[in-house]
Design a protein around this ligand. Structure first.
Ligand code: GDP
Length: 201
């Protein structure tokens, strides 16, 4: 069973004027290029081809909106931290990012961090930029299948220390399915809490 049976791609946003109407609730998904963000989105939403996975880091530069259910959206942000991203695209991060940040509906942030790399300055910068409360900020330590158990526990401990008071964090693997239920529960909790606050979406 899919988490959101009606999920579908809505639109790509390249300019601030192109955002969907600012109503309802949206979760942004962010992460460094090649962190496994597309695979995580596809696994979470149980939809193989939804977010395009690519072996070329830094290829997705648009804000890609998906409708999860009426009034609930997921926005897949461009991967950051890749040197080959052209300057023109980096410049649009500013106004586009600012437009997103101002949205009433931008309620939660899911950050994907490669578990082998750990939480870095760029990730912390992104979290600071988003400025969401810790209850609505969650980090997936991705590709955990690549780490031995001891290493993954160490990665989790270190990430939890770096994210103390900023975000919750868990191990995750789109390939093995490790942590999938836990991550889905977070997403469901957020959307349910939202509906309790604003039943009219
Ligand atoms: P994105 O650029 O952040 O959207 O990352 P992708 O989802 O396209 O993944 C980047 C690379 O990491 C691809 O080669 C994926 O196959 C690989 N990858 C993604 N998730 C996992 C995972 O859970 N385990 C392993 N071993 N590899 C993964």
């Amino acid at each position: 069973m899919s988490l959101f049976p009606q999920v579908q791609f809505q639109k790509s946003v390249a300019l601030p004027g192109q955002f969907p109407p600012d109503r309802g609730w949206e979760v942004a998904v962010a992460g460094r290029s090649n962190c496994g963000k597309s695979s995580a989105i596809n696994a979470l939403l149980m939809h193989g081809g939804l977010a395009r996975t690519s072996r070329t880091p830094g290829r997705t530069q648009l804000y890609n909106y998906f409708d999860l259910a009426p009034g609930l959206r997921l926005v897949d942000l461009p991967g950051y931290g890749h040197a080959k991203v052209p300057v023109a695209i980096r410049e649009t991060w500013g106004p586009l990012g600012e437009a997103l940040r101002q949205r009433q509906s931008f309620a939660a942030l899911l950050l994907v961090v490669d578990s082998r790399r750990g939480v870095g300055d760029l990730d912390l910068g992104l979290l600071e930029w988003a400025g969401r409360p810790p209850e609505t900020t969650h980090v997936l330590l991705s590709k955990s299948d690549k780490l031995a158990r001891g290493q993954s526990m160490k990665a989790l401990r270190e990430a939890a220390a770096a994210l103390d008071g900023i975000a919750s964090v868990q191990l995750f693997s789109a390939h093995s399915g490790a942590g999938l239920d836990e991550a889905r529960k977070v997403l469901l909790r957020w959307t349910r809490e939202h509906k309790e606050i604003t039943p009219a979406v």
